[in-house]
Ligand binder design. Structure first.
Ligand code: HEC
Length: 458
């Protein structure tokens, strides 16, 4: 893959640090050159040559480290070449500008003066172009404009949950590739696999490019997750050197992996509504979470803003805290494992007014903790999958009068909890698959609560 020796890469990685020196020094030199036209001060005259000298030295260091960095490969050639030429020219111009002051050229000063002005203007223009080229190489060419009010890609990249601009309200109107797969790759992969920075010669910006794959293999083989390189890379152990994303970037979430897996298994379609692919209950749930379907129901409700210190304390204890939408101050809080760990539930009471969605999954929450959770009276949605709770604690949740969604999959609750939960006033969706309930019996039990959808098998 990388043919450059490690020491080159080591030095090359200092490039992003170095480049700030010539940018600052050159700007300063250019500024003084401009000022001296109006105010020919002695101090300026003394400083300017020195600034050019420093600019020349730092530009040379930047060009050198940049060259070493480029040996690692993976950059778009055209942008890289322009950036390279720009950087070297800047170093040369700075040197010449210094020499024009330092060498005894005063006898021909008149002749030199216009050349100097050309150099100065040229240096200014080059500085902007080269700086922007460098930015494009590192961040992609849309980096500067991505969050501009005129751009439509901002939401696609920034959203933690809501990756698309269009609001998806049902799986009938969600395209598997455009609305699910692409936004996931956008948020986690495209920063390194785009036209400017094509790591592993892999481009992840279009359907065709994703399928085609990179240097070594096709990206996706429809219907076959075990031979799909993209899937293999995201499911390797996190410390594996081929794991994606690299460089300690945020890995894909469980839901995101499940969506990519399902997309490949169902044939890696380009234009297909999710509902048309007949997702099972589990996948419906995954997509429901991904698109945050149902969140409109609570948008009419608003709370006063939560105390920033309380939020900081929660984050410190390992909770993830999300704003559900900007206007109403409501919060979604998550804690996902490890399974032997118990989050500090008591802290949640401080944000009880704002907390409407709570996910405490794959951790050691038990019946005792349900007492505190039962007091979080604004909860609409509660996910306690794969925790240690049992039938004994379920009734502690009866006080959650707004609760509409409850996920207890992978816990040891039995039929008696399901019966108790049928009396919960507002409950609309209950997930109890992979629990100790008797699924055969469930099939024949008459439903007490008509509008409650109980999901107990896939
Ligand atoms: C921080 C930069 C970075 C990010 C983010 C990143 N990659 Fe990569 N990727 C690389 C580099 C560097 C290589 C080349 C080295 C290698 O093959 O491991 C690579 C190579 C690959 C390859 C192998 C291409 C081939 O055929 O050789 C695949 C597949 C891949 N990445 C998929 C992904 C996916 C999927 C994501 C998002 C989950 C992702 N990458 C995110 C840097 C990144």
């Amino acid at each position: 893959m990388q043919t450059a020796p490690d020491i080159f890469m080591f030095l090359g990685r200092f490039h992003p640090l170095f480049v700030h020196l010539p940018i600052g020094l050159l700007s300063f030199a250019l500024l003084l050159e401009l000022l001296i036209l109006f105010k020919p001060r002695e101090a300026f005259k003394k400083t300017i040559p020195f600034l050019w000298l420093l600019s020349a030295l730092s530009a040379a260091c930047s060009a050198g480290s940049g060259y070493l960095l480029s040996l690692g490969g993976g950059y778009e050639e055209e942008t890289l070449n322009l950036h390279k030429i720009g950087g070297i020219t800047l170093a040369v111009i700075s040197t010449l500008c210094y020499l024009m002051y330092a060498l005894p050229l005063s006898f021909m000063k008149r002749a030199v003066q216009p050349v100097r002005y050309i150099f100065i203007v040229g240096a200014g223009v080059l500085l902007v172009i080269t700086g922007h080229g460098g930015g494009s190489l590192t961040h992609g060419s849309s980096y500067l404009t991505e969050f501009s009010p005129l751009s439509n890609s901002a939401a696609a990249v920034s959203g933690t949950n809501q990756q698309t601009n269009e609001r998806i309200t049902s799986l009938d109107s969600a395209d598997i590739f455009e609305h699910a797969v692409m936004p996931i790759l956008q948020s986690k992969c495209v920063s390194c696999h785009n036209k400017e920075k094509q790591k592993g010669e892999l481009l992840l910006t279009s359907y065709e490019a994703i399928m085609a794959g990179g240097k070594s293999r096709e990206g996706v083989i429809p219907g076959n997750i075990s031979t799909s390189e993209i899937f293999r890379r995201i499911t390797l152990p996190k410390d594996h050197k081929e794991f994606m994303p690299t460089d300690g970037k945020k890995p894909l979430t469980e839901n995101q992996i499940a969506i990519l897996e399902w997309w490949i298994e169902t044939g890696a379609h380009k234009n297909m509504m999710i509902s048309g692919l007949k997702p099972n209950k589990k996948m419906q749930d995954v997509f429901g979470d991904f698109f945050q379907i149902g969140r409109d129901a609570i948008l009419s409700y608003a709370a006063k803003p939560a105390n920033q210190e309380d939020i900081t304390a929660l984050i410190k204890e390992g909770f993830q805290v999300y704003a559900i939408n900007q206007g109403n101050n409501l919060l979604e809080i998550k804690f996902n494992g490890p399974s032997n760990q118990k989050p500090n539930i008591e802290l949640l009471s401080a944000v009880k007014d704002q907390l409407v969605w709570l996910q405490l999954t794959n951790c050691s929450i038990d019946d005792e903790d349900l007492k505190s959770i039962g007091k979080l009276s604004n909860l609409y949605k509660l996910n306690l999958n794969r925790t240690k709770i049992t039938d004994k604690g379920i009734n502690e949740l009866a006080s959650l009068s707004k609760l509409e969604y409850l996920n207890l999959y992978g816990t040891s609750i039995t039929d008696s909890s399901v019966i108790a939960l049928q009396h919960f006033e507002n409950l609309k969706k209950l997930y109890v698959w992979e629990t100790a309930i008797d699924t055969l019996k469930m099939d024949s039990v008459p439903k007490i609560k008509k509008d409650l959808d109980i999901v107990y098998k896939l």
